[in-house]
Design a protein. Structure first.
Lengths: 410, 388
């Protein structure tokens, strides 16, 4: 008597077993299997092709008594893995004991089906071990497992197309202050989090990478869609009076040119590498240690009864994300004006186009205290306050502060 | 009247039986009553729909707090771990990421461990992690037992829990009038301190150091507060910076907080200052040296009854600080002479490297998730506090 289990890559034979082991992936396979299903006495020859993405493992041909007994076990009973266990195949050098894959077991008719807690993974090889005598008898306390019936299968690796690209970085301007605080890096598709710093490089004029420029964080700062990464310069190398800044040198030196290079080894959310590498060249100018001053912004007020845009020139580039979200326009009654905004000229100009024509009167541009420039100076206080000279705003809470600028429409 | 009452009781009993029969998933009567929140904890039986797996903290009674930064929420979870292990022995689980990955049906390169904490009474270890990568990543909480290294996935689809929004956190679905918000808030550390959950972290847009506090059991957003935190570099430059980790401790008899920042000042502040205002200045008393992040902090008492703070660092050895010295320290007023030089209150560099996670364990040990620098294996190991 024999059971032959064959797959694309292997076949083997075991004597004196009455169980059939199949890897089933769907109705077609079940149909294919059923013709070959075994009863308790016969020793059928079985051939099963695992589909490319099996969702469960099934052992067929239990005798009636065994099936009845097993039906009483809970789907997650700790006895199950001693009867039927699925293991991840590990390399020969992995000597540590390996736990069985977690899942639930369901008995139906003369079959036991194992459904893994998480889907079987592409590129991983699995080994199924079935203790056939114990499955018939039930496990005996203290008994070691008899030589199991073993079956192996693997899900092929999936090769994904390389389609994701870096679509831009902010600040996008050609000149940034030497105390630049952060980059935003935007991708065309959701990215794989966790290893960004391995693929993002700050390169100086001589082509040398500036080491340790960016702040390593346990959890990278992604937007909810994982398409925009916030990359902070190590504050210790930006802040004044911190020795790493003085000794290791600020990552950016005024008067020099650099490139931000993103290599194509970075993987997107499907595991595919970027379609191409990305480079952004820029020049570094003197440090910016002044807060944005809304009172000094230049406003181009539109005429009443038109839908002409309101233009606000900051006089310097502001933080790309914050300049989008931290400005609001209120009508003469204090209600928020519906409309659309754009940032232009390297995030130094904010344009607001109302949904409806302007009314004559005084509108208000509301500016949140947390609005920052490229160096992290916000409207309330500079990034690193020198307590000998910068006393303004140090005792005000940033989140609770707003500034207003009057916009007169005639 | 008495007769009527008896009939009423019978009717109720029948209704109760019917309700029990009506549950499809085999829930017990006790489960049914669990679906209404418990007045004591606010917990109910239901799903924890994690959008991301973040940092964790165990309260002394075994309530697990988990941050879900993407969901802008904190969950308090009754993990139902009733096993009591009073042993004082250490724990050793070699290749723990390989074992967890295998139990989850995958390989170790396909899981990412975010945090590890130890259950206060069962001595089991709990991991927050993602299983799978990128678009297929599933946030998961896993328990590994001390004795037999049994790996269990917490049944988040049906578990006693209470959820609270992270106060003032930008949420994924919060929209600006001009489009979807891209703001998120990443939690670096959380801990229950005298009935309040303290949450430290940083946003992906504005640069601020904020400490959020919310009462537990959760009662609603109104009761939560957000404090802006600043600290001074050698008494001159005042800055905000994300808090990496903190520990609540009495310094000189005063309830205080010791916080570790990136690159890597150690800052103290009195907890009553947090209650007073929205703007708090901490005192920088030590500098562990640049290029380092103090990512975990615990307090422990050694065999001689002396209390210490232990700091897990990204780019230093395990570090021991003496709270007495922190309490008596003056603010640092001068800068160090060279990069990476420590200053201010001194510390003991403990000869243990490769520590990635750190927590209290049992009466005699602290526990670490540690990369063995010889073999590269990721192991759970413990260290006796007797000599620490």
């Amino acid at each position: 008597m024999a059971v032959v289990v064959s797959t694309r890559s292997e076949s083997f034979e075991r004597a004196r077993t009455t169980l059939t082991l199949l890897i089933c992936a769907g109705a077609a396979i079940i149909a294919g299997c059923s013709a070959a299903s075994a009863d308790d006495r016969a020793a059928p020859d079985i051939a099963a092709e695992p589909a490319h993405a099996p969702k469960w493992v099934e052992v067929r041909g239990l005798d009636r008594t065994a099936a009845q007994r097993l039906r009483h076990l809970a789907p997650d009973d700790s006895v199950w893995p001693r009867l039927v266990a699925v293991y991840v195949e590990r390399s020969a050098t992995d000597t540590a004991s390996t736990p069985a894959v977690i899942g639930r077991y369901v008995v139906s008719g003369n079959r036991v089906r194992f459904e893994p807690r998480f889907p079987f993974a592409a590129g991983v090889s699995y080994r199924v071990e079935v203790d056939t005598p114990a499955l018939r008898r039930g496990p005996e306390p203290g008994a070691t497992r008899a030589t199991p019936l073993t079956y192996r299968f693997a899900l092929p690796s999936v090769t994904r197309d390389r389609t994701a690209r870096i679509t831009g970085v902010y600040p996008s301007v050609a000149r940034v202050p030497s105390n630049l605080l952060r980059w935003y890096i935007e991708a065309s598709a959701p990215m794989e989090p966790g290893n960004a710093l391995e693929h993002i490089h700050l390169v100086d004029e001589a082509g040398r990478e500036v080491p340790g420029a960016f702040l390593a964080l346990d959890q990278e700062l992604w937007d909810p869609e994982r398409r925009r990464l916030t990359l902070l310069f190590d504050p210790g190398r930006v802040k004044r009076g911190v020795r790493t800044n003085v000794e290791a040198g600020a990552p950016l030196v005024a008067g020099r040119r650099y490139r931000l290079v993103i290599d194509d080894g970075w993987t997107d959310g499907t595991g595919a590498r970027l379609a191409s590498r990305f480079e952004h060249a820029f020049e570094v100018v003197e440090a910016d240690r002044r807060s944005p001053e809304p009172e000094a912004w230049r406003l181009t007020a539109p005429a009443a009864s038109t839908r002409a845009p309101l233009q606000v020139s900051f006089g310097e580039p502001l933080d790309h994300a914050l300049a989008t979200g931290m400005l609001a326009l209120l009508d003469p009654d204090g209600e928020r004006v519906p409309g659309s905004t754009t940032l232009a000229e390297g995030d130094s100009t904010w344009t607001f186009t109302p949904a409806f024509p302007w009314l004559a009167g005084d509108y208000t541009l509301r500016v949140a205290g947390a609005l920052e420039d490229l160096a992290g100076n916000n409207v309330v206080r500079v990034f690193d306050v020198d307590r000998r000279v910068d006393s303004a705003g140090v005792d005000r809470d940033v989140a609770g502060t707003t500034r207003t600028v009057r916009v007169r429409v005639r | 009247m008495a007769l009527l009452n008896r009939h009423a009781r019978i009717a109720l009993g029948v209704a109760g039986t019917m309700a029990l029969l009506a549950t499809k998933d085999g829930a017990t009567a006790a489960d049914l009553s669990d679906r209404t929140p418990s007045p004591a904890t606010g917990m109910h039986l239901g799903a924890v729909q994690l959008q991301s797996a973040g940092v964790m903290h165990f309260s002394r009674d075994g309530t697990l707090f988990v941050a879900d930064p993407r969901g802008a929420a904190i969950y308090a979870i009754d993990v139902g771990d009733t096993y009591r292990d009073t042993s004082r022995t250490g724990v050793q689980i070699t290749d723990v990421d390989g074992k967890i990955a295998a139990a989850l049906g995958t390989t170790r390169d396909q899981i990412r461990i975010v945090d590890m904490v130890a259950h206060p009474t069962s001595q089991s270890l709990y991991f927050s992690l993602t299983r799978g990568k990128g678009n297929d990543a599933i946030p998961t909480l896993v328990r590994v037992t001390k004795a037999d290294e049994k790996v269990t996935v917490l049944p988040l689809e049906n578990i006693r829990n209470a959820r609270a929004d992270i106060p003032d956190a930008p949420t994924a679905d919060a929209k600006t009038p001009w489009g979807d918000s891209k703001r998120t808030f990443s939690v670096t550390h959380l801990a229950l301190v005298e009935g309040e959950l303290y949450i430290a972290g940083l946003g992906n847009e504005e640069f601020a150091s904020t400490l959020r506090r919310m009462p537990y059991p959760f009662v609603g957003k109104e009761a939560s507060t957000t404090v802006e935190m600043y600290h001074t570099s050698h008494d001159r430059y005042e800055t905000a910076s994300p808090i990496e980790s903190f520990v609540a401790i009495d310094l000189g008899g005063k309830p205080s907080l010791v916080a570790g920042y990136g690159c890597s000042p150690i800052v103290t502040l009195a907890r009553d200052e947090l209650a007073a205002g929205k703007h708090v200045r901490g005192k920088t008393v030590a500098e562990l040296g640049g290029g380092n992040r103090p990512f975990d902090m615990i307090r422990y008492t050694n065999a001689k009854g002396k209390e210490y703070i232990l700091v897990g660092n990204s780019n230093r050895t395990l570090t021991r600080l003496d709270p007495e010295q922190l309490a008596n320290a003056k603010p640092m007023t001068s800068s160090v002479k060279q990069a990476w030089e420590p200053a201010g209150v001194g510390y003991l560099p403990v000869a243990i490297v490769g520590v990635l996670q750190l927590d209290n364990y049992n009466a005699d040990n602290v526990v670490m998730l540690k990369r063995d620098i010889e073999t590269g294996s990721l192991d759970v190991v413990s260290q006796s506090m007797r000599w620490l």
